[in-house]
Write a protein that binds this ligand. Structure first.
Ligand code: 5GP
Length: 134
């Protein structure tokens, strides 16, 4: 089902893109719960993880590992959370499967639902910082 993420994939809505492959795109979350909070999504329009064909799920995992390494490296930590809200009861708001990558440098423990917008120009700086670590 088409969602706001379809528009991002198609370039109709701008995003701070970290990486794009044939099958996935990763970009900064617009309402981050940590600086560098990144979403990794398949281009295939499916709602839930189990709706992805196995080959697409494996490809998503490969890209996620690549992105997660860069996200944590950019925030001089080795720790991060990978979060999947799979279905409405699990907190999924956008009906297009996506993983959240949350860098967790020492002392950062903001809960998932505690969000703060980036200041003007900050999102672009954070995106560049992560891309430099790819
Ligand atoms: P969910 O609750 O479905 O797991 O997470 C959806 C995420 O998508 C939220 O963290 C939300 O901030 C993010 N999001 C929603 N709309 C947009 C958008 O237009 N651009 C970006 N970059 N992120 C979005």
């Amino acid at each position: 089902m088409a969602s706001i993420f379809t528009k991002i994939i198609q370039g109709e809505i701008p995003c701070e893109k970290i990486i794009e492959t044939d099958s996935e795109i990763a970009f900064l979350d617009i309402m981050p719960c940590a600086e560098g909070h990144t979403l990794v999504i398949p281009k295939l329009e499916v709602k839930r993880l189990e709706d992805l064909p196995e080959s697409e799920a494996l490809s998503l995992m490969r890209t996620m590992q690549h992105v997660a390494k860069a996200v944590s490296a950019a925030f001089d930590g080795i720790d991060y959370n990978l979060i999947l809200n799979n279905g409405a009861n699990a907190g999924q708001e956008v009906e297009h499967v996506h993983f959240h990558v949350l860098p967790r440098p020492q002392g950062s423990s903001r809960p998932f639902h505690q969000r703060a917008k980036y200041a003007e120009g900050e999102m672009q700086e954070v995106g560049a910082k992560i891309r430099n670590c790819l």
